[in-house]
Design a protein around this ligand. Sequence first.
Ligand SMILES: Nc1nc2c(c(=O)[nH]1)N[C@H]1C(S)=C(S)[C@@H](COP(=O)(O)O)O[C@H]1N2
Ligand SMILES: [Mo]
Length: 553
Amino acid sequence: MTSNTNPAPAACEPQAMVTTTAHGSTQIRPRRLGAAIAGLIGVLGVASALAVGDLIAAVVSPSSSPFLAVGEQFIRLTPEWLKQFAIATFGIYDKLALLIGMALVITLLAAVAGLASRQRPAPGLVVIAVMGVLGLASILASPTFALFDLMAPLASSAVGLAVFAGLHHRAIAAAGREPAGQAVAGADPGTAATSAEDTGLDRRRLLWATGGVIAGAGAAGLLGRLFSSTAEASRAAVGSLPSPAQPRTAPPPQADFVSAGTPPWLTPNADFYRIDTALQVPQLSTGDYELRIHGMVDREQRLSYDDLRSRRLIEAPITMTCVSNAVGGSLMSNAMFLGVPLADLLAEAGVRPGATQIASTSVDGFTTGTPVDVVTDGRDAMLAIGQNGRPLPVEHGFPVRMVVPGLYGFVSGCKWITDIELTTFEAFTPYWEQRGWAQRAPIKTQSRIDAPRTDTTVPAGRVTVAGTAWAQHTGIAAVDVSADGGAWQRAELADGVSIDTWRMWKTTFELPPGRHRLQVRATDRSGYTQTPKPSLTIPDGATGWHTITVTTA
Ligand SMILES: Nc1nc2c(c(=O)[nH]1)N[C@H]1C(S)=C(S)[C@@H](COP(=O)(O)O)O[C@H]1N2
Ligand SMILES: [Mo]
């Protein structure tokens, strides 16, 4: 008889969990959600948490997005080899790769949270709470932490938990009554009819709630995007930049060999390589901007953006290079920078004897350390406000960054700079130096073959080989190219504009059909010729000759 009144609670779902005990009394057992709906609820809970966190962060404090904080904490903690691997594999797309990876992991965790809660909401709530704690901890660990940064992660966790609990409740209600007819088989027909009606209502409620959550999270996410692009608006409002004290003459027309395959001498702003630890581009506006110069100085300085732009400005073409640029790599670009000479600012502050290092801090907490002697030796070291005739692009440090010709970016190119402290090398260890990179890092003399591209096929016969060479603040004296280990052949140099920029070169070889190996080496104006000995990028830049293979046919 039991089998008649007690429909066996099958393993399949959704399932109404009504069982009849030996005494014949009816007992409600926890109901089970389908895997798809359970997973979806987890994902929606976490998605709303992220969207709300991003929106509040965008409004209150851009650096307090829990999602991005976790990513930035991850970047700070990743071991050096993994970072090297990421830059080597993804280049300037390393951050995109990290974001996509994080999105995948988080979606997976969210689905797991949902699947763990096919009956009771507790397990999913625990998973979401743990994710929330991770976000909170990352924000607490941020070098720029301030109390109001707690708002976004706390609200984010609260919303995530509430959305999950709410959707779970609705889904259980809808699932529980689904097979109501059979579930309470034997009950009077009146009850069954009410249940069917309830089921419809519960399902509609679940649908509405789900739709509401998707729309709400989407709107919060979009609004967050909107609010978080304040720097772009401020940049647009800058208008035209002041002129340098001594306007430069236009670069000579033959500074590159673009038709032979070199990059253009000036890199358009949109193509300028980008390397930084910021998952979210810091949002500064000229109105709020303030730069503090302090430490071992006689007169502490506080300068607004207008203070800086109304000073004597210089304009200079400077080729920036990243120390992580492997031989043959593309982590370098050349632009016309407009800015305030650093030496002027240091003189005004009065650098005390004994100060050896300029410690610069970005608004996002990143730090660089630049030798005082290099910055004050007469080169065009500056706090740049302009790049190629435009205000500094947001991702390149708007509104102000440091640029020092001849030094790798990690010891000189602080973007979104808000603090300069005169100190010593012993007293302060900047971001990358804490991770094993060199304290003093002048850019090494290097050269690169841009055409033909390695592992390509070109017509046999006369083959033009062209490329780039650089020895910032020393200048390139000569470039030699060799085919198949043969004698070095001197390349033709494009017009030199400045010793602080790259120099394009080209030359022609007679290459019969077959596979060929091409090598390049540069000699700088100090007389140094590039060593063939390969070395790693860490700690102070790669060495070795760029070597490519081409097939001629
Ligand atoms: N605030 C900030 N400034 C920074 C960095 C950074 O991670 N954060 N990276 C440095 C490094 S390693 C390089 S090579 C240059 C790159 O400048 P770019 O992105 O304008 O090419 O910026 C430097 N300045
Ligand atoms: Mo770099």
